[in-house]
Design a protein around this ligand. Sequence first.
Ligand code: PLP
Length: 409
Amino acid sequence: MKSDALLDSAKKHLYGNYKPSPFVVERGKGCELFDVDGKRCLDLAAGVAVSSVGHAHPVLVKAIAEQAAKVIHASNYYFNEPNIRLAEELCKRTGFDRAFFCNSGAEANEALLKAARHHFYARGDKRQRVIAFHNAFHGRTMGALSMTGTPKYREGFGEMGPVTHVAYGDLDEVKRAMGADVAAVIVEPVQGEGGVFVAPKGFLAGLRALCNENGALLLIDEVQTGVGRLGRFLGHDGMGVKADAIALAKGLAGGVPIGAMLTTEALAGALPPGTHGSTFGGNPLACSASLAVLKILDDEKLVSGAKEKGEALGKMLDALVSEFPQVCEGARGDGLLRGLVLQKGFVARDVLPRILQLGVMLTAAGERVLRFSPPLVVSVAELEEGASVLRKVLGELQAKTQAGAAATV
Ligand code: PLP
């Protein structure tokens, strides 16, 4: 079917909670996506930081096909080998002791929240409150939503569990919000959805110290930052901070739905049998896909590559900021999670259609940030292609701004 016919049908039959661009994806290869009419687009978004090893990576395709031919699902009433091997592999790479698998980032964060509250409940401690951050994004299910720090996402959904939101990066505010009723603090190493805000140096270590002083747990949401995106396996690696539990998802299985909660041994009993679970979580298909992704990350040195290519991308974005000061306020990010911040008055999502028309996929983060979160297999030449399309679009915006300013003189 051609695009037009499919888009007509989509208008009639798809639920209206999304506002997709009129590009009907048919297939992909590496960082390229093609629509049903054969139009090519350079994918520098990887969905939203998901397609970590690019599209149709042969090793991932083979692993999925081979596992599908054996068994896709068998439930958590039984064990399966890919699930056990993935748990072992993730524990080995991260230093955590236990893995619980689910199907998305929101579910991984629900597991963190439930584990934290139940850990204290089981000790007769009534702590329930969570400290989270303004602009944080933890997902759309009710528990994850309660911790998400952008009011517009929570509006209209009624009462939310006890969560206090404070300024990201402000340890004094966290200190003031702390109390004997706080079960946990949840934090992202870089706030991706909120606008690509990088945690200030020492912030996570400061949170760890405040949690220790107050008997609260530190939960780190690595859904967007984990699995190599920042040029290290976990976003908080190298910060000298050990969380009590972390959430992973997005890039973990290269696009096959998966989420994971990793915990220390101290939290291993927080959710005993019957308190939590997931029908699809930990299925052999998703776990095999994830094992293949981890192998590709190693074989192709994609984690260290994300650091180098991220630095190259950072320079390209800095150059655009200098070139178009009337349109760009700055650039920020870490590894292959970077944002070009537009000046006040611009709305990032309104700029995306023109970028797409010129053959590049990016996403918006927060109100004014054009976000790059490409597959980790991206080449520097592909990043340059993205930057050159952006140069054209920023040039058009700057020309419009100048014409507008001239008209008002
Ligand atoms: N946590 C973070 C940091 C995210 O960036 C996201 C999604 O963007 C989520 C959680 C929610 O993940 P999902 O959409 O898979 O539920």
